[in-house]
Write a protein that binds this ligand. Sequence first.
Ligand SMILES: [Zn+2]
Length: 430
Amino acid sequence: MLMSNLYGRLVVVRNTQAQALQTKYPQLQVQAAIKDNYCQRCYAQIMKAWQLPNGHRYCGRCLQFGRVTTQDILVSVPEPNRFPPFENWQWSGQLTAAQMQVVAEINHHQHHHLVWAVTGAGKTEMLFPIIAQALANKQRICIAAPRIDVILEIAPRIVAVFPNIPLVVLYGQAEEPYHYTQLVICTTHQLLNFTAAFDLLVIDEIDAFPFVNNPLLKHTPKRALKATGRLIGLTATPTVRHLLQFQKRSYLPARFHGHPLPRINVRQVSKWRQLINTQQLPALLTKYLQQNKHQCLIFVPTIRETKILEHIIQRHFKTLAIMSVSAQDLQRTEKVQLMRQRKIQYLITTTILERGVTLPDIDVIILGADHPNFTSRSLLQIAGRVGRKISRPTGLVLAIVSQPSWQVLVAQLTIKWLNHQANKGVKHEL
Ligand SMILES: [Zn+2]
């Protein structure tokens, strides 16, 4: 094992190996993997059932990261920040005045900071100068997000701007093995393998599943950060807890192109579910498909309905290029790629695509927007898919409901309020 691969990394070894490693690396920090009946990696209390045939216990909660048992030791070596001088970065874009203001607010202090920026505000662009400054200060940096889709979208953009900085991209099915780099891009789950590693940790979509309210990941950001490290949280739909948790906050209600967030149009079709169960389409959906103008993401509440709707539309409109996608779909990334390449016109989806997917010229239709699977925050995210590009800063957001819905109303009012705030001129400090 290379010593550099232990810098700020929490590695599980058998207790019989610890002695030899300690002799080899005197800086090695060791601790029992399970101590006083608590897992020291994920802090779960060890349950009685988590017992091996040999009588030793293991942690059942963080099992997906490899088993830790009472026979194991967690080892790491303190992060030395051994990085070459930072030379340059390549970005020809320009931040808006509002984005620059937020960057200045973040760089003004060294505390944790929450950025509440509406969808399409240009969060990733704002990170570039912040990352550049941290690199210049020889800091170790991690950009994390709850979902792989978001990671895969951010990583190439970071690589393009910082082509000379070695980085590693970590997620569950990643093929590239871990190695020590100044810049780490990973899912929030991967933070479980770090300890006092980062001077700067950015968590994008901090309010998203499976990070938010996940007991497995509750302590990971704090532990992955050094005692002097800082956390920057980015979100378009903060929870009240996040707003209270961060003392320093910035607020960006305006989209980068200056156009307002698209409003949610609501139409009530009481029997839409009965219709699709009898192989028919709501009239306004038929009308939209007949016009066949723009690409569209059609959101439905459940996986079952993605299949039903795909089948009906294919039957009624034989020439339309349409597919469906869900969390269970292994070809998810490929299908989104086909949308990007305009090889398909319509993609039917569950809430799995509510975030992280940016397509120009897109409309969205939410069939069954009053279903509990669509919260007001997820409706805000879905509406935020529309009008992202300056080439088409508007678009249709149509919510079809079977009955009036509180969550749709909250999303509508929030959009109205955010647009009002953006219109007033950007107010930064919350
Ligand atoms: Zn554990």
